[in-house]
Design a protein around this ligand. Structure first.
Ligand SMILES: N[C@@H](CCC(=O)N[C@@H](CS)C(=O)NCC(=O)O)C(=O)O
Length: 219
């Protein structure tokens, strides 16, 4: 979501990184306001509208900022790909939390290792193979050909996260991820994205995030 806002140079406030931000986020979650409240962050407030779920927020933002080609077919295709990215992200989460999201990693280490084995051996190759085919089909260098879309930004984020969390696995898959790696490099060089990545607005990957580096899970 931040990448889309930054690429569009849209002014936004990252509320939880302000002083009373966490408290105001919690108030939103617990429904003190009228209307539908989100289950979890991230959510976007634009005027009186509140939109939650990453894929849904991007679906809202993209047409407003020229981050998806026009027409229903492209809108649905982009959303479909973003939901597939969300599926992959959920599987990344499950590598370190296969038994329970509310349990500590330390309390599910054997299961995590078991899960990570099949994730690195079968699931990552299957997902990256799919996205490589999508890029090939679009004619490159982006998902929708010459023009960048928000799906490219999401693939950049996922490839960066996978390289951080599973460096050995991604090195092993280098030859079968040529298009994705080229896309990642291309996105990284976009002026607005580069400025964001080198700013404090960018949260570094860290041991509390979805993408975590546990060497024992990078099998
Ligand atoms: N599918 C959601 C996932 C949202 C999510 O997992 N949010 C985390 C923080 S990054 C959370 O606070 N979850 C609370 C919970 O699951 O109880 C999305 O893509 O936005």
């Amino acid at each position: 979501v931040r990448l889309a806002l930054e690429e569009a140079r849209a002014p936004y406030r990252d509320v939880t990184r302000t002083k009373s931000g966490m408290a105001s986020m919690m108030r939103m979650l617990h429904g003190v306001k009228e209307g539908l409240c989100p289950f979890a962050p991230p959510f976007l407030r634009h005027g009186t509208l509140v939109v939650a779920q990453t894929a849904n927020i991007l679906l809202y933002l993209a047409p407003r900022h020229g981050l998806v080609p026009s027409g229903n077919a492209a809108l649905l295709a982009a959303h479909q790909l973003q939901l597939t990215v969300a599926d992959l992200v959920a599987e990344v989460h499950d590598t370190h939390h296969p038994v329970g999201t509310s349990l500590y990693y330390e309390d599910q280490r054997p299961e995590a290792k078991r899960n990570a084995r099949s994730f690195t051996k079968e699931r990552v190759p299957k997902y990256v193979g799919y996205f490589e085919r999508v890029l090939e089909h679009g004619g490159g260098p982006h998902v929708f050909g010459r023009r960048l879309s928000y799906v490219d930004l999401s693939l950049f984020q996922v490839m960066s996260g996978l390289a951080y969390a599973f460096p050995r696995t991604m090195k092993r898959l280098a030859r079968s991820t040529r298009r994705l790696r080229a896309l990642r490099a291309r996105v990284e060089e976009r002026p607005a994205v580069a400025a964001y990545l080198s700013s404090e607005r960018r949260l570094p990957f860290n041991p509390d995030g979805i993408f975590r580096y546990y060497p024992e899970l990078d099998i």
